[in-house]
Design a protein around this ligand. Structure first.
Ligand code: 5GP
Ligand code: MG
Length: 193
């Protein structure tokens, strides 16, 4: 656990037990990730399809590091209704990305757990006629119980199977505005499964 960065949001009082990944580590890793992504698209054009809402801060920090001719679309997927901390079947996106035929697409999400969300969006993108569909997540959870899970093409951080909030990720719609990836006191040591 990274204790070096201060939790700046007093509004959350003692809800947060600690910082797992500080804003500084996130920023440094995004520089590396953006370099890898940029090198993967030598044609210099990319369409990003991102899953809202959790990925929005990651997305906004990532795309400003990509010196590409970049198009952006978003889909809204919900797999954690209300205060659930174990993933459900992701529901069908409310909005779907248009103008994808022939495009090279990168599907972006905040975190990979069972992999169902990314696979759902990736399938939609490919059936819309994209030339390629790769995937990128800020975090990937270790799930030894799911050996057949599909990996993401670009991963910021591999983490243990624990529930995280902050930097866009919520619990019960709160905590998205925390600048660091944090662990909740209420859920520390468990994942709700
Ligand atoms: P999957 O479909 O891979 O099982 O679940 C991925 C989705 O579940 C992510 O887009 C994210 O919304 C949510 N999710 C998975 N793990 C966590 C977590 O630790 N914290 C939060 N806030 N959301 C999570
Ligand atoms: Mg999500």
């Amino acid at each position: 656990m990274d204790e070096s960065s201060l939790i700046s949001h007093e509004a959350y009082g003692r809800d947060i037990v600690g910082v797992l990944i500080s804003r500084h580590r996130i920023a440094a890793r995004l520089d590396e990730l953006a370099k890898c992504i940029t090198e993967t698209y030598p044609e210099g054009e990319l369409t990003i399809v991102a899953a809202l809402t959790g990925a929005m801060i990651f997305l906004s920090d990532l795309i400003r590091r990509l010196p590409l001719r970049l198009r952006l679309d978003v889909v809204r997927v919900s797999s954690y209704p209300h205060r659930a901390t174990a993933s459900r079947e992701p529901s069908v996106p409310i909005a779907s990305a248009g103008d994808l035929p022939g495009r090279h697409v990168l599907v972006v999400d905040d975190i990979l757990d069972t992999g169902k969300t990314l696979e759902l969006i990736r399938g939609l993108v490919l059936s819309a006629g994209a030339a390629s569909a790769r995937t990128c997540v800020l975090m990937s959870k270790r799930r030894d119980d799911l050996p057949a899970r599909v990996a993401a093409d670009f991963v910021g951080f591999d983490i243990e199977d624990q529930f995280v909030v902050g930097y866009g990720l919520d619990y019960g719609d709160l905590y998205r505005n925390l600048p660091d990836i944090c662990l909740l006191r209420e859920l520390a040591g468990g994942n709700g499964r």
